[in-house]
Design a protein around this ligand. Structure first.
Ligand code: ATP
Length: 363
């Protein structure tokens, strides 16, 4: 059978295990020899036990677990050609020419570069007598399929990334818990949620929790946000509301691009309204816990589609990323999505927020 390997890279997210499981089982079902690569690109560069053949039962009892059981890492060596040469050797000598990468835009960019260089990497290995002429010929094409695992929902091309829905569940559970204590003491709570470059979690959280206000990066707060915020809180309290929830995304900014932090918001509320105000930073709790039903299904569907894409690939097929588009798993050109994602970041750096939102598209 064809050699196929799956790995997770960059930040972890809930639902990655469902995706890994699906890739392994779909691969085996279609007659492939399937491998795990542990610790992302680091395991690919280091080889040895990091690359291990998987069987049907090696992915039993993982679908409900958060994070990634095969480990994830950032790997400086893979950014250099020397590291990629080692990785190519480790794959060719195991007959692996199909890769499923589950990660963020950095991981996908690395996979694309690896594929572009594949031929020249094999030439170098042959010239150094590391591989045989037969191996050079037999494994001359590398195929890539990607999936995005990220709680931020920050990738262009897909309606949802794997992990976002679970993170939302985690955040909402935490806020629901805080609401009851805030109610008892008539407090204002400022909740900091993840999302450095994408306000999706903050906006959806605000909608789900009856929050008074939310601060994000794509829609910077107006110049007089402090007055508007205090007026809204005061008005709500006057009408009988006993608490207020304010959501601040990590990357929240004002119109000048200056950060709006939870501390700053707290100072504004305390100085102007003298309210009992507390901050809760949810941090990595958002990335933890078991994946939601949605993320388990998303991982399953995307994993199966990724393997089918690889099995149908011809030498001309470009690397794809499996995306969710209106509840359909679809294949999109990987680099086009990565470029769009990077263009969004650039537009935000240029303070062109309208362009950023337009580039990001539907979700
Ligand atoms: P997250 O969104 O969680 O940060 P990511 O995949 O974008 O995920 P990165 O740290 O950017 O996270 O990338 C993960 C790994 O992918 C890097 O440590 C590196 O090994 C590899 N990688 C990233 N960019 C490149 C690149 N341009 N060339 C080669 N490899 C890369």
């Amino acid at each position: 059978g064809k050699g196929l390997a799956v790995f997770t890279s960059g930040g972890d997210s809930q639902g990655m295990n469902a995706a890994v499981r699906s890739v392994v089982r779909m691969g085996i079902y279609l007659g492939c020899k399937v491998y795990f690569i542990r610790e992302g690109y680091q395991g690919m560069v280091d080889g040895g036990d990091n690359i291990e053949e998987a069987n049907w039962s090696s992915v039993s009892s993982i679908i409900h677990k958060g994070g990634t059981i095969i480990g994830s890492a950032r790997c400086m060596e893979f950014i250099k050609r020397e590291g990629r040469l080692k990785a190519a050797y480790n794959l060719v000598t195991r007959g692996i020419t199909n890769l499923v990468v589950i990660g963020g835009d950095g991981s996908l960019t690395g996979a694309n570069l690896f594929r572009e260089e594949w031929s020249s990497l094999l030439d170098e290995l042959l010239a150094n007598n590391k591989i045989t002429k037969d191996q050079r010929e037999k494994y001359k094409y590398l195929h890539i399929a990607g999936m995005v695992g990220s709680i931020d929902n920050d990738f262009c091309g897909t309606d949802m990334t794997i992990g976002t829905d679970s993170a939302l569940h985690r955040i909402i559970e935490a806020i629901d818990a805080i609401v009851s204590t805030a109610y008892s003491h008539q407090r204002t709570f400022i909740m900091e949620v993840m999302g450095r470059h994408c306000g999706f979690l903050a906006v959806y959280t605000a909608l789900c929790t009856d929050a008074t206000y939310s601060f994000i990066c794509e829609d910077p707060a107006p110049n007089n946000w402090d007055k508007k915020l205090c007026a809204k809180i005061a008005e709500e309290r006057k009408s009988g509301q006993r608490l207020n929830i304010i959501i601040v995304a990590e990357g929240a900014i004002d119109r000048e691009g200056k950060p709006i932090t939870a501390e700053l918001v707290k100072k504004v509320v305390v100085d102007n309204l003298q309210q009992d105000t507390r901050i809760t930073v949810l941090g990595h709790v958002q990335r933890g816990g078991s994946p939601s039903a949605f993320d388990r299904i998303l991982g399953c569907r995307m994993g199966a589609e990724a393997v089918m894409a690889l099995m149908e690939a011809t030498p001309e097929t470009e690397p794809c990323v499996v995306s969710l588009d209106g509840n359909q798993a679809v294949r999109l050109p990987l680099m086009e999505c990565v470029r769009r994602t990077k263009a969004v970041a650039q537009a935000m750096a240029d303070k062109n927020w309208d362009l950023a939102v337009q580039l990001r598209g539907r979700s």
